[in-house]
Structure formats: structure tokens, C-alpha cells
Design a protein around this ligand. Sequence first.
Ligand code: SF4
Length: 337
Amino acid sequence: MPSCPYNSYSSSLLSRFGYKVFRVGVDAGFTCPNRCGSPDGRGCIYCDSQGARAAYLRSSESAYRHDSGFESGIDTIAYKSEDCLKNTFTFDSEDIKKQVERGTSFISRRYKTYHFALYLQSFSNTFAPVAKLKELYDYALSLCSWEGFIISTRPDCIDDAKLDLLASYKDVCTSVCVELGLQSGSDEILRAMRRGHDVSCFLNAAEAVRHHGLELCVHVLTGFPGEGRSELDMTIDVVNKVHPDAIKIHNLNIAAGTELYERFLEGEVTAPCLTRHVENTVYFLRRIPYDIVVERLMCETPNHRLASPRLFPDKNRFLRLLERTMAERGARQGDLC
Ligand code: SF4
């Protein structure tokens, strides 16, 4: 029996490919229909416009450490609805090329490997007309020999034409995966988050991704105000219903510059502490099947932008605590399914 009590991403890569495939995050310049659709351009109330970008693409943050002090005066990226709604997406091919070169050379230098997956992570990476998406995807995929292609988006931002296009890249890459944000299985919580979609929208999107033979990774967010065990159970039920290939579980982070931060300052909300997130995560993992690959177990907002929870360890310490807690309880992913 493997020592890790859950189906970790790194071990799943090793058993699938025989080696690790490293994701190269590329910010292609997309926006998000939820930010465009809201009057102030801020979208979900926890939306951290900086954090939607891959950490190593935020070069202005490279001087900060995990234990940096908090700075409230953070610039946010807001979009004017009228510009957004025209959806005149364009991409900067030179910039994308530079990002790919920077990402692949960093990874090959540090990990001595040349196995890469293109990861379009920032905002909603299907938010453009299909012809424009094809132009971008074809270009980015031509820049390297990619073994995987991962596209992060919202459930209300895909349709059959976009999924047909994504499915066509299965001839190019061994793995083509769509990452969809569910966040919560409770419509009430989704409304409070101002997600702009409901559970049934997510279920339809997940089914469409499956129907096109694409891999599916689901994002969930635990610890939102108002979430108790019954709401967490609703999220688990939705995950089990769609049975994704992979999952990313995030704890709620309240970041500077978000609407949630304003409510936090007013004393209306707070975010779960370490103990509660460990409990939520153990509870969650025990109730989803072991064959779902666990790609992420916590949110990693840099400390200088993180208002709450302040006393949260870095990823390695969190994972060690989680694994120890599960081992002490004899708990494993899926043992209470
Ligand atoms: S879907 Fe993502 S990028 Fe869009 S508003 Fe919500 S958190 Fe922000």
C-alpha cells in the first residue's frame, strides 16, 4: 500500500508516464466573463486578480517571502465592461514565446527534465471566439514538444465548438485536460461567492468535457462563510457525481484588493484556520474515490497580499501535517466513500 494517504499528483505522473511532466504556466492575456459581467469588473468576491496568474509570472513579487508582512495597498486589475463585452481578445505572440522559453529553461535547469505540459492558467482560457482560440492554441503548442495541454476555465465559458477544438489536440499531446471551477456544490454559496453560475451549469459543462473525451480536473473551494458540513457534503456529492480525473482543493484565502477583504475589514467574514482546513481536507479526501488524482490541497496567496488566514504554514508543512493527521487516524482517500 502506498505511504501517501491520498493519490498525489506526482505519484500519478510517475505511474502514468514513468517520469514527472512539469506544467509551464502561460498567461495568454485572457480576461474572465464573470469579471467582465460585473459592474465594477471584480467578478467573484474573493477574486484576487494578481493571484489568477502563475506565481513565477508575477515577477514583481519575486522579492517577497512566505513570511513577508502584509501590505494592503495592492493594485487590482479591473476591466471596463464595455471593453470586455466586445471580447476583442488578442494575444502577444512574442510575449507568449518568452514565457514558454523562460518556463521551460527554468524547469530544465532546476529539474534536469524536458517533459512539459502547456498550462493556460490565468483567468478564463476559453474566453474568446473559437477562431481566435485556435490561432492561440496552435501557436502556443507549436513552441515546444508538449506532452500535456491544460486549459483552465469556467463552466459557463465552454461550448461544443470550443470543446471540439480542444479535443483535436489529443493528436498532438498525450493528455488534454480541462480544469473547471465548481468551487461549491451549494447554489446558495455560489450566489454568495458571486460566481455567476450554478451547480447545474457546472454539471452540464463537466458532462460536455467528458463527452468530448477530454480529461477533467475540478477546482473546489472550502471554508467559505456559511459553509458547514452539509454544504461540504453537497460539494463532495457533485464531485463524486462527475468523478473527475483530478481535483484541486483550495482553502479560502482573503486577499488584499478583493471585495471579500473589504468585508473582512468590516468584521463580517474570516477564513478557516489551519486546523479547520486540515479537518475539512481529511473529511473531503475520505469521501472521494482513490482514483481521483489530488493535484492541490491548499491556496498559496503570497503573504504580503494575504489578509486571512495569517498563521498558515507553507505547502510542505501543511502537507506533512495533513499526512500525519491521516496516518494517525488510519484514514485514506476514499475509505469512507
Ligand atoms: S472565475 Fe476566476 S478569474 Fe473569474 S472572477 Fe472568479 S475568481 Fe476571478
